[in-house]
Design a protein around this ligand. Structure first.
Ligand SMILES: C[S@@+](CC[C@H](N)C(=O)[O-])C[C@H]1O[C@@H](n2cnc3c(N)ncnc32)[C@H](O)[C@@H]1O
Length: 277
């Protein structure tokens, strides 16, 4: 069935509201082309002729399957290994020693709050592994909770198998052989790296008190898509999820200053992070 690629103004406004309510993502004016190009594959596969019909079907989508597929199609999952390396340096050379300085030998809990296909939480596990090797007895256990709204991307993340560009972007040869096993033409994250990471579906615009408290939160390259009010709300709730003196890392192009006064900016080793006051 041919898919109509143009959207009426009314369809666009209804879709904008649906997306913001569903996952916090704010589409500005003039993004009709982005909507139709991201949704065209899904509409073709589902036999839906246009965005108007898609919105009509959403109203009777009792299983939320269509809603999930739309969120999957509209979210940007781009990520790569050791993205913003300065953050990982800050973590081991500043945040870990500071947090463990208050109580050596205790467990650490880290949250990767928009983990995409898993590179970020697995990197945290690799970094934690190296830290534990270099500092025996300093940390009893490191638990990494990795969450994302996209169930499709979480399925890939759990497998921990990376092929093509995903198996090379950001990785050195040494890191490939230390942290991965060869699997055909692809790489699989070693079991000892996977072991620390638990994946869960979670929408950042909904409640997350059940995840418990964390020492470190990585919430990188996701808040850029949200409205200022949503950002403030999420940052307030992340503050409640952090232990006193806990650290929040955001994307290198994201800033917290206008959105929260609950954190103080810490700048070290070429990176910037935010410590709970
Ligand atoms: C660009 S990726 C960032 C991945 C990783 N944090 C990084 O910096 O490389 C953004 C991720 O945010 C997720 N996302 C978008 N909206 C979300 C929401 N409301 N709650 C949780 N995750 C969301 C997307 O599914 C996507 O995987």
């Amino acid at each position: 069935m041919p898919v109509r690629k143009t959207l009426s103004h009314e369809e666009y406004v209804t879709f904008q509201k649906f997306l913001e309510d569903a996952c916090g993502i704010v589409l500005g004016v003039g993004k009709e082309y982005l909507v139709s190009s991201r949704l065209s594959g899904l509409m073709r596969e589902s036999g839906i002729a246009n965005v108007g019909d898609l919105l009509t079907q959403l109203r009777t989508d009792r299983t939320s399957k269509l809603k999930t597929a739309i969120i999957d199609a509209m979210t940007t999952n781009e990520t790569f290994w050791f993205r913003d390396m300065a953050h990982f340096r800050m973590l081991t050379e500043k945040a870990f020693p500071e947090i463990l300085g208050r109580q050596s030998g205790r467990p650490l809990r880290i949250w990767s709050a928009a983990c995409s296909s898993g590179q970020e939480p697995y990197n945290l596990s690799m970094i934690a592994h190296d830290y534990q090797m270099r500092n025996p007895g300093r940390v009893s256990n490191v638990e990494i909770v990795a969450t994302d709204i996209s169930t499709t991307i979480l399925q890939d993340a759990k497998k921990g198998i990376y092929c093509g560009i995903a198996a090379s972007r950001g990785l050195t040869q040494d890191q490939r052989s230390r942290y991965f096993l060869a699997k055909g033409d692809c790489l699989e994250v070693r079991p000892e790296v996977k072991r620390r990471v638990t994946f869960r579906e979670l929408n950042l615009t909904k409640g997350y008190e059940l995840l418990g408290k964390f020492d470190v939160v990585f919430c990188r390259n996701v808040l850029i898509y949200f409205s200022s009010e949503q950002k403030q709300d999420i940052l307030r709730r992340i503050a409640r999820s952090l232990n006193p003196g806990g650290y929040l890392f955001m994307g290198s192009t994201e800033s917290l200053s206008a959105h929260s006064d609950q954190y103080e900016m810490v700048s070290a080793l070429g990176g910037i992070a935010y410590r709970l006051k």
